[in-house]
Design a protein around this ligand. Structure first.
Ligand SMILES: C[S@@+](CC[C@H](N)C(=O)[O-])C[C@H]1O[C@@H](n2cnc3c(N)ncnc32)[C@H](O)[C@@H]1O
Length: 284
């Protein structure tokens, strides 16, 4: 089979199975098998695939038909313009979380006027996407990245080593803020916030493959956020910031929860590109 036929056949198979963006997914799978970029795929349409390449592609397409996320099949995903290693032990970073990273970087510029070294805690770091994006963007930042999941932290460690930030990003296993031994200047967190009743509506890609511990937020989705607020005392310097990612429609509930713990804090909701309130920004 030649490359253009393989691409067309994979696209059709994925399309028939109802996979959204079938042609993009087919390009990713074929590009991975052949070690080619998207552009290369279209500049060598007549290239013959070997038998091994053809059966490798078929195996990957079958995995995708079983609804395994492409990021887990390829063991990589892109976040904030950076490529991360990811496997089924860690949540796949989502584009909407980039809003939180952008906001954190803006706040650090503000903090940098009064401090040389900025200490940041990334709570529930998963594959380390937020922590590493911040470490690469802010050379004077020292980051404590916590997660309850030892296997997620192993994924984060691969990424920290790959980007050479393992001296500035300290990975700590434990419950939310508990592993922090001293107060930091900023806390950022994308904690699990899916409500129990929303699980039945999740796609098979999420429900069957992503770690449940990365998703489940309890009855109202706010269990982890609530628990983190309970732990906050002594973990954030006064005048410090915290940024929380939230789910659609959770803005009002989280705002009132935060103000019940910190009545004098300034609280703002920041929308994502789709106009959905996505980040709660709190200044203590
Ligand atoms: C939604 S994922 C976010 C991962 C990553 N920060 C990102 O944005 O891609 C939530 C993460 O919180 C972690 N987590 C869940 N419960 C936790 C707890 N009690 N303490 C620390 N981390 C927790 C999960 O293991 C998971 O890695």
């Amino acid at each position: 089979m030649i490359l253009s036929q393989a691409l067309q056949s994979a696209t059709q198979t994925l399309l028939k199975a109802g996979i959204a963006d079938a042609s993009i997914e087919a390009e990713l799978l074929l590009g991975y098998v052949l070690g080619m970029s998207k552009t290369q795929l279209y500049t060598e349409p007549e290239r013959d695939l070997t038998r091994t390449e053809t059966s490798h592609l078929q195996r990957l397409v079958q995995r995708r038909l079983n609804r395994e996320p492409t990021a887990y099949i390829l063991r990589r995903c892109e976040f904030f313009g950076i490529e991360f290693y990811v496997d089924c032990d860690a949540f796949i970073p989502r584009p909407e979380t980039e809003v939180l990273v952008e906001e954190a970087i803006k706040l650090v510029h503000h903090l940098a006027q009064r401090k040389e070294q900025i200490e940041i805690a990334d709570i529930g770091t998963g594959c380390g996407a937020i922590a590493i994006s911040l470490a690469l963007a802010i050379p004077q930042a020292r980051i404590y990245a916590t997660d309850i999941s030892a296997s997620a932290l192993k994924v984060a460690q691969v990424n920290c080593r790959h980007y050479g930030v393992n001296r500035r990003v300290e990975l700590l296993q434990g419950d939310l803020l508990e592993p922090l031994s001293q107060p930091v200047d900023m806390v950022v967190a994308n904690l699990p916030y899916i409500k129990d009743c929303e699980f039945e509506d999740l796609s098979p890609e999420i429900i069957n493959f992503e770690p449940r511990i990365a998703l489940a937020g309890g009855k109202d989705g706010l269990d982890k956020i609530h628990h983190m607020l309970e732990q906050m005392s002594g973990k954030l310097d006064s005048g410090g910031f915290f940024l929380l990612e939230i789910g659609q429609g959770q803005g009002e509930a989280v705002t009132s929860l935060v103000s019940s713990y910190f009545p004098r804090a300034s609280i703002r909701l920041i929308p994502d590109l789709g106009g959905i309130d996505r980040v709660v920004k709190v200044v203590l």
